[in-house]
Design a protein around this ligand. Structure first.
Ligand SMILES: C[S@@+](CC[C@H](N)C(=O)[O-])C[C@H]1O[C@@H](n2cnc3c(N)ncnc32)[C@H](O)[C@@H]1O
Length: 216
């Protein structure tokens, strides 16, 4: 197997192992740090929607009824839980195993791409954002929420220390700031909020294209 294949396999196994405890751990973070970010993000999704790295489907209850959702994730075990959640909710969602860094999806095929708390965990987040841009139609909407490098220097120093362990052991990055890459890719950022000492950032942005002036 190639070095990229080895790396992908390693993180797939990592997330398979963590699938059983994920909802409990994330529930704590949602309550105490991320607040209403899942509903803030998903309620802005329209049309053909792709959620990349959908995990166990914690966002599923927050999508509006008209959204036609496709979800991809590296981990089959995470996807199994998402399948059960979708069935319990009576939601129709096309769930597929896949790699955010190399999406097996056609160009310009989605109106909205959603990314929540995932770019921190994807090894090559630049490649993932490039793939997201490719599959989003011109003028399409990116909805992105994550924990990012804090606006506070002391907190950032703590995050730097934390990364010494979390990057090699859990693939978890704390010092990323995806909004900079989104702007550099020519997206127009509309709604944008940052809170909890700047650790949590959420945004809606438009890919350049015919409707890109309408930013919401
Ligand atoms: C912290 S969880 C976030 C899950 C979900 N987005 C949420 O908001 O709860 C990170 C997810 O990213 C997935 N992941 C990591 N690397 C990936 C990749 N290269 N391609 C697709 N999914 C990936 C993991 O399997 C895991 O489900």
């Amino acid at each position: 197997m190639s070095a990229t294949g080895d790396r992908r396999d390693r993180w797939r196994r990592h997330w398979d192992r963590h699938s059983k405890t994920y909802d409990r751990q994330m529930g704590f973070m949602d309550r105490w740090l991320f607040r209403d970010t899942r509903s803030w993000t998903c309620r802005q999704a329209t049309g053909e929607v792709l959620e990349v790295a959908i995990g166990t489907g914690l966002n599923l209850p927050h999508y509006p009824p008209g959204a036609r959702l496709t979800g991809i994730d590296l981990s089959e075990a995470m996807l199994e839980i998402a399948h059960r959640r979708a069935a319990d909710l009576g939601s129709s969602v096309d769930l597929r195993q896949g790699d955010a860094e190399a999406l097996e999806l056609p160009d310009a095929s989605f109106d909205t791409v959603v990314y929540t708390f995932s770019l921190c965990a994807i090894p090559d987040h630049r490649a993932a954002l490039a793939e997201m841009t490719r599959v989003l139609r011109p003028g399409g909407r990116l909805l992105l929420a994550d924990h990012v490098a804090s606006a506070n220097r002391a907190v950032r120093a703590g995050q730097r220390l934390l990364e010494v362990a979390t990057v090699p052991l859990g693939g978890e990055h704390f010092l990323r700031r995806p909004i900079e890459l989104v702007r550099a890719a020519g997206f127009t950022v509309g709604r944008h909020e940052r809170f909890a000492l700047g650790i949590v950032e959420r945004l809606a942005a438009r890919k350049p294209g015919p409707d890109a002036t309408e930013v919401s």
